[in-house]
Design a protein around this ligand. Structure first.
Ligand code: FE
Length: 134
């Protein structure tokens, strides 16, 4: 299990940029093809922008054509949490950081093998840590 990180809305507001706060804490979505990681191909680990928990690795990142960073699986099953999202007239599965409940994006059943899943994640919800020596 991941250790829970709990902060007040005011604390998050102080730590995050306005755009990060809107996406991570208010479940916003950055515009497609505008984030810093949708076309990012370095080797390394993507961590939660809010709490630093490692969430995804470049090994499972792929080009989905969506304009958002896309992965076919999380680093470990319990680093993320899923939640039914029926906003905007659609039923989707929201993906959140398992530690701090940051909104990350959504998961869709149209990904590549071996999972068939597409974790469609906002760049603003992520920070990148290059792999040592990569
Ligand atoms: Fe987090």
């Amino acid at each position: 299990m991941v250790d829970k990180v709990q902060k007040t809305e005011q604390e998050w507001k102080q730590e995050l940029s306005v755009d990060q706060f809107a996406v991570c804490r208010l479940a916003g979505t950055e515009r497609a093809f505008t984030g810093k990681y949708w076309d990012h191909k370095e080797k390394g680990v993507y961590v939660c922008a809010c709490c630093g928990t490692p969430l995804f690795t470049s090994v499972t990142k792929y080009d989905s054509g969506s304009g958002w960073p896309s992965f076919f699986q999380p680093l470990q099953a319990d680093v993320i949490r899923e939640n039914r999202d029926s906003s905007h007239g659609m039923v989707r599965t929201e993906v959140l950081c398992g530690a701090c409940d940051a909104h990350l994006g959504h998961v869709f059943p149209d990904g590549p093998p071996p999972t068939g899943l597409r974790y469609c994640i906002n760049s603003l919800s992520l920070d990148f840590r290059p792999e040592a020596g990569a």
